[in-house]
Write a protein that binds this ligand. Structure first.
Ligand code: CDV
Length: 344
């Protein structure tokens, strides 16, 4: 029997600043019902799905942003989503702003804020939590920008790594599932860390503006979609995994977002794509056996990976200047691999 899971991306159209969480949850429940009727067993919602993408709004004091954060999950407002999962047996992921009373690295117990996504199973239980690691944007108001992107102000860097969990979903007794959030999809390191845990299905929500509003250089709007798809398709292919990427789309608080949610197979092919900027369900049957081809051939990690040659990836953060070649002096960095072996 092939291992087939029917997955859906439940793209949300815009949520305005004035929209309440109740409105967001009602819309999500309608998408839930539509996806269920079409046979979905697992539904992926966007990043920060309960509110507008509030990092575009500056607040001088962090506490003024508390209104956008969840202090419990489920809460009375979000419980209907968990109830819907329990009643239907359909799982879901949910992106939201999390406020946790938690010790930091100095053992100081304090209010901590994260950009979070959870995976809930068909019994309404939280199976996995992920906190966004690659936070784009800036921490202070930037008068050069056409739109603020204050993720670095409102969130701490996620402290849970990139975990993968094996759990039952739909009719399958075990699927290796992992998550990332929005900007993470542009970082091959994130995909590889999931790949190294045998991930079979990566789920991610995103809020990507159609315009590059940094005020630095020019990025054509159509390339914003291309770069998003390119990253997801490459990540799925290079790690032989399925991926579901779900957007919040359309014009939110006057700023347009790209939408174009997709479901991708381990060959990097797009199986389904959203075509509106509205609430929209896209769906695909994912035959998880298809992950085997990549991982037993070109991406057989055991056979082909050479971690000694990738040391810079974890030893270094920014790029360093390369060696400058001078005529008559061919450049060779030395026998890095052999030196490494001697140390071992
Ligand atoms: N929410 C995001 O992480 N958005 C970024 C934007 C700022 C480029 C993204 O990578 O889509």
């Amino acid at each position: 029997m092939p291992r087939i899971l029917t997955v859906a991306a439940a793209q949300l159209g815009p949520l305005q600043l004035s929209d309440s969480r109740e409105v967001a949850v009602q819309r999500m429940l309608r998408l839930f019902e539509r996806a269920k009727q079409r046979g979905a067993e697992l539904l992926v919602f966007p990043e920060l799905a309960l509110t507008t993408f509030f990092p575009r709004h500056y607040r001088e004091h962090l506490d003024e942003a508390d209104q956008w954060f969840e202090t419990e999950m489920p809460s009375p407002v979000t419980k209907p989503l968990f109830d819907a999962a329990k009643a239907s047996g359909v799982g879901f992921t949910l992106g939201y702003a999390e406020m946790a009373l938690e010790e930091d690295e100095t053992f100081c117990l304090r209010k901590r804020r994260f950009n979070t996504q959870i995976l809930v199973n068909g019994q309404g239980e939280i199976v996995l939590k992920y906190r966004k690691i690659h936070l784009p944007g800036h921490a202070e108001f930037d008068s050069n920008r056409k739109a603020q992107h204050l993720e670095k102000r409102y969130f701490e860097v996620g402290n849970l790594g990139f975990p993968v969990v094996r759990a039952a979903m739909g009719n399958l007794s075990g699927i290796n599932m992992g998550m990332m959030i929005c900007n993470d999809r542009r970082w091959p390191e994130a995909w590889r860390v999931l790949g190294l845990q045998g991930v079979e299905l990566v789920m991610l929500g995103y809020n990507t503006p159609s315009a590059n509003t940094t005020g630095i250089g020019f990025e054509a709007p159509h390339l914003r979609v291309q770069h998003s798809h390119l990253s997801i398709q490459a990540g799925a292919y290079q790690n032989a995994t399925f991926a579901v990427a779900c957007a919040k789309a359309g014009t939110e608080d006057g700023f347009e977002m790209i939408g174009h949610s997709i479901i991708v197979n381990p060959q990097g092919e797009i199986l389904a794509q959203a075509t509106t900027w509205d609430d929209e369900v896209i769906i695909a049957d994912c035959n998880l056996d298809q992950v085997q081809l990549g991982r037993s051939t070109v991406f057989d990690f055991d056979k082909h990976r050479q971690p000694w040659a990738y040391a810079r990836i974890t030893d270094q953060v920014g790029a360093v200047e390369p060696h400058v070649w001078s005529r008559g002096k061919p450049y060779s960095p030395g026998l890095t691999r052999d030196a490494d072996k001697q140390k071992a």
